[in-house]
Design a binder for this molecule. Structure first.
Ligand SMILES: [Zn+2]
Length: 255
């Protein structure tokens, strides 16, 4: 393996991450050392807060363009809020955010053999040139890699019927009822299954770093890029298997 060490940065607003469990999972899965640290976004200097605020997406249907953040946007970055819990969801360009935070990785820890993985509650998105709009993403694969817990909930789609039900029922009581009807079929905020799901995204981040490919086209493989919550729950909780090709690569990485 190229990687000999992984450093995980926790997101304390999402206790369901269970960093100690993930550390053990990685240790049991790969011959590497694992270190965990506190929140990467804590105690950031003003300039970094400004740089992060600049990565907000202002228009979902336009590729990213640089802009000056408002004082309030910068302030929010310094407050370490639960970003999944604001009145209005803030969207960040995943690659721009990755650039902004990579500047804060200590120089002596930027090595090819150390992979940094940062958890965040910020919703990361990437612009898709095919349909010319931003889409939410759970994983920004790079070094540092970003795993967005909000992205895990929001990026893979819920059942089509759920949306139809929502669209045809506007009252608050009804929405509650509909959520109850589909309970368990998709992840919700503070879902107890989150840590197990994250294991899959950790593997995808590692595979991307090692092989240049994060995803697999087979929906029976843990590296499958799940566009639906149903597939995410199947690949990472029910099935937990790799396809033939990735089983071989996994074995190679483990030796
Ligand atoms: Zn595969």
């Amino acid at each position: 393996m190229k990687i000999s060490k992984i450093i995980l940065y926790d997101e304390p607003t999402v206790p369901e991450i269970r960093i100690d469990k993930l550390k053990k999972f990685l240790k049991d899965s790969f011959p590497i050392s694992i270190e965990s640290r506190g929140n990467f976004f804590e105690l950031l200097d003003g300039k970094t807060c400004q740089n992060i605020a600049k990565t907000r997406i202002l228009d979902l249907k336009k590729p990213f363009s640089s802009h000056s953040p408002t004082n309030n946007d910068v302030l929010i970055e310094s407050e370490n809020k639960d970003m999944s819990n604001l009145d209005e969801m803030v969207l960040y360009d995943g690659y721009e955010l990755q650039k902004a935070i990579s500047e804060k990785i200590p120089k002596n820890e930027i090595n090819l053999d150390t992979l940094h993985i940062i958890f965040t509650n910020k919703l990361t998105c990437t612009f898709d040139d095919n349909d010319f709009r931003y889409h939410a993403r759970a994983l920004i694969s790079s070094n540092p890699s970003i795993i967005s817990t909000t992205g895990i909930i929001e990026a893979p789609a819920k059942p089509k019927k759920y949306y139809v039900d929502l669209m045809t029922n506007f009252s608050k009581d009804k929405i509650k009822e509909i959520k109850e009807k589909y309970k368990g079929e998709f992840l919700e905020y503070h879902d107890s299954r989150l840590s197990e799901i994250i294991e899959g995204y950790l593997i995808q981040a590692i595979f991307y770093y090692e092989t240049g490919e994060a995803f697999c086209e087979h929906n029976n493989c843990r590296l499958f890029n799940s566009h639906w919550q149903k597939d995410l729950l199947f690949t990472q909780i029910e099935n937990k298997q790799f396809c033939k090709k990735h089983k071989v690569i996994l074995k190679e990485l483990q030796n």
